[in-house]
Design a binder for this molecule. Sequence first.
Ligand SMILES: [Zn+2]
Length: 344
Amino acid sequence: MKKTIVLSLLTALLLSNVYGNEHQNPAEIMQSTLDKMKAIATQNNQNSTESNTTSDVFDYKLKATKVSDNVWCFLGALEGPSKENAGNMVNTCYVKTTDSYVVVDSGPSYQYAKQAYAVMSAIKKLPATTVISTHEHDDHWLGNSFYKDEFKAEIIGPKYINDNYKEGDKTRMFNTLPANAIKGTKIIPVDKIPTEVLTLSIGGEEFEIVPVGTKAHTDEDFFVYMPKRKVLFSGDLAMNGRITSNRHGSLLGQLKAIKMMKAKDYEVFVPGHGLDTSKTGMDDAEKYFTLLHERIIQALEDDTEMTELSEVIPMNEFQDRAMFKALNGQNVQEAFTELEFSEE
Ligand SMILES: [Zn+2]
């Protein structure tokens, strides 16, 4: 698609240069055409970034992907949050029931949630009255206040959102997102805190909200399973196409969580970050944590020093995944420290 546009632009510019500059030789014509293309590309880039950071409201340009009957997801970029993506680097989903929507993670801002709802309203206009927050990282739940304001939605999530975040706190998204994306975002508490498996039946759809029960990606994470649809939402317990960040997590907890999720009978798998929603979408995360575990156990047996870790455990199988350079080294170090002091 992009290639076609570039080629036709090149042809058009070449033609205009050929006919407009009779005294130039072919090399000069080619050079001046390329210069013009470069200028147009730069101009376009500036226009799109400028208009999105200077306009009243950041346009997230959200597109819903249907992953199963009655289930749509907004799949974010494989990168960290930035001014440019305004936090659209996370996956959030909508489940349509007979008379409402159930939202699994509300995204990084009020504006994001509002725009996601607008997209879903074009599919079917229903109130979004239940919101499930899979864990406390703020790219996943800062949209909650939109659903509370609009629909008095019940927010289901971990206690750590209430313990660790208060209205007015300047969290990671507040410090990273452009002003026109974060504006209107409020921190609100969750209403219901499951401490064991919570089964919900809403408008003909069944949900199991399962707490891992131990530190995994964060101090407490939920995954959401829809037994009738065979859909599993992992939250950040699994990602694909990119490396996870285990900075608040536990390698052993992650392995436990993956085992719990694998025990479910699912056909569709929705990661917290990543574009692969197929049945095998968890394989990457499982392999990463399993290899990391094996290799750290070996390194400990070999009395490996912390300083040798990057050489001994390079995790090269994953070097083509997004964010590998930024996150892998830290994951290895933290997992090493965890296992060094664990009883297992
Ligand atoms: Zn996340």
